[in-house]
Design a protein around this ligand. Structure first.
Ligand code: MG
Ligand code: ZN
Length: 186
């Protein structure tokens, strides 16, 4: 049983720290450095029938550091970069809210903001995904918590230089780089 015949699997990717190297409040293409191995990982996942979906908290929008338009422009640029590498990104979901630091209407508790599972659940509905067959690669405990809350079958934490301690069950895999995720795809 691979589940492949269903075609209802997704590789969920956190953006900052997984797709691109994390810098504070990234908003411009010139600032983007793609994480080593991201295109190989996406090409293989795509070939195996996984949907490729980015799920990203964007507190920089909440804080007023950049706008939703800036964010979408950057994502369009990223889509084009992925396409140049032979990868068709299926969708991205973002949460522009922050419960404490949001400006105006952006200040709110949002079911989409990780560790909440809103974006994953929405994607599951829109792409008819079997979440138990999905993989979520993140670089923060809040990513793992969101995946857990959505019952994503395989959770992978890409470790930072400073290992984080999650105050949650270790029901996820820890890897040092995206190359290690390739082996999980089948
Ligand atoms: Mg991240
Ligand atoms: Zn939100």
């Amino acid at each position: 049983m691979t589940g492949r015949q269903n075609g209802k699997r997704a590789l969920f990717l956190d953006r900052d720290g997984v797709v691109n190297e994390e810098i504070c409040y990234l908003s411009q293409p010139e600032q983007v450095r793609f994480v080593s191995g991201i295109f190989d990982l996406c090409r293989k996942a795509q070939a195996l029938g996984y949907r490729l979906i980015i799920v990203t908290n964007q507190a920089g929008i909440a804080r007023g550091y950049y706008t939703e338009e800036d964010f979408h422009a950057l994502m369009q640029w990223m889509r084009a970069e992925f396409a140049r590498e032979g990868v068709a990104l299926d969708q991205y979901y973002f949460c522009p809210h922050h419960p404490e630091h949001g400006v105006g209407a952006y200040r709110k508790e949002c079911p989409d903001r990780k560790p909440n599972p809103g974006m994953l659940l929405r994607a599951a509905g829109e792409f008819d995904l079997d979440l138990a067959q999905c993989i979520f690669v993140g670089d923060r405990c809040s990513d793992m918590a969101a995946g857990r809350a959505a019952s994503v079958g395989t959770l992978v934490l890409v470790e930072r230089v400073e290992p984080g301690t999650c105050t949650q069950p270790e029901d996820f895999l820890r890897v040092c780089g995206l190359q290690a995720v390739l082996g999980l795809l089948q």
